[in-house]
Design a protein around this ligand. Structure first.
Ligand SMILES: [Zn+2]
Length: 343
């Protein structure tokens, strides 16, 4: 006589299945209702105790219930998986109406911008860029450039001397004259942009500053080509219509004749009272320039009777100040982002 009530079993299994919400639940359900210790397995075992007639009707009933339970479990598994996907779609839904997150974009440092602009202008004018060391020999920084030992002009460039006997270059002329003449066959047009070091520190000077130096070395060069080249370069770099460029007679050991190149002070434009940047002169110095001294050419193995050169060494920060009307050089190096990101 069969003891398992198949109808009740099926009803309770179906009811339990409705509470299944995960694959773990479903696994447990299978153990309970279809596993080795389940009622349906017990019912199948009971078949052996039944008479053949009873078995013949009972066995298909049990098999039918078992098959229905398996099919129901299969449907439940599809339902659980669909629900999981739906939950995931809800939890990971992207709300396109929310404001976006905008990352902060960096900008190039003003000096880097100026270095790029200067390099672009000079390359467009046919100059090739060269590089040289910051730590330099006395020969390339001074003596080869016609600053003989004890020359008073050395005092104008208050120098950082190193224990090795070398020094931190006080100008980039060590590259455009010394290294260039040693390494490049004339005729050439070269420039370099880089750091230079002097023991200066005030509103318009810092101990480390940047210079761009250039030299043209060729045959039959004259002063008007020299002035024309500098004017063209500075106009292209400054991109201002309201500035004038002026050449003022000066003295440097490595050039003859030598000039200082001045540009209109864009801080006051000569209109206001005392200007602390140009100190009322209405002009700002760009730097020195001139025809390369024959002694320099000779020092680096070039015959001055055959070749002539002209050269200049200008600051990088200064044209930036002039271009944008910035009165003080020091904020360039104070790393204040509020200041730096204006440019
Ligand atoms: Zn001024």
């Amino acid at each position: 006589m069969a003891t398992t009530d198949l109808g009740a079993l099926q009803a309770s299994a179906q009811q339990a299945l409705e509470h299944v919400t995960s694959l773990e639940d479903l696994k447990e359900w299978r153990v309970t209702y279809l596993g080795r210790k389940s009622e349906i397995t017990a019912a199948l075992r009971e078949l052996g105790t039944l008479s053949e007639d009873e078995r013949r009707t009972r066995a298909p009933e049990i098999q039918q219930v078992k098959q229905q339970l398996e099919e129901a479990a299969e449907q439940a598994s599809v339902r659980v998986l669909q629900q999981q996907e739906a939950d995931l779609a809800t939890s990971e839904r992207i709300d396109i109406t929310l404001p976006g997150l905008v990352g902060e974009r960096g900008t190039l440092h003003p000096v880097t911008q100026m270095v790029h602009e200067i390099s672009e202008v000079l390359e467009r004018m046919g100059f090739s860029q060269i590089e040289g060391p910051h730590m330099e020999t006395d020969w390339r920084n001074f003596e080869g450039l016609n600053f003989t030992p004890g020359h008073p002009a050395r005092d104008m460039q208050d120098t950082f001397h190193l224990d090795s006997g070398r020094l931190l270059r006080t100008h980039c002329t060590s590259v455009t004259m010394g290294h260039a003449i040693e390494k490049v066959e004339p005729p050439f047009k070269v420039f370099t942009v880089g750091n230079t070091y002097r023991r200066d520190d005030d509103a318009t000077h810092t101990p480390m500053f940047h210079q761009f130096d250039a030299q043209v070395l060729a045959k039959d060069i004259n002063l008007s080509q020299f002035k024309g080249t500098i004017q063209e370069a500075m106009r292209a770099i400054l991109q201002r219509d309201d500035v004038e460029i002026r050449f003022r007679q000066s003295y440097f050991p490595f050039t003859e004749p030598s000039v200082e190149v001045d540009v209109t002070c864009t801080i006051c434009l000569g209109t206001e009272g005392p200007c602390k940047v140009c100190k009322g002169t209405r002009w700002l110095e760009m730097g020195g320039a001139g025809m390369t001294h024959p002694n320099v050419l000779r020092n680096f193995g070039v015959d001055p009777n055959e070749w002539q050169g002209f050269a200049w060494g200008f600051g990088v920060e200064r044209p930036y100040m002039i271009k944008h009307g910035i009165p003080d050089i020091r904020p360039f190096w104070e790393n204040d982002l509020r200041w730096l990101t204006q440019f």
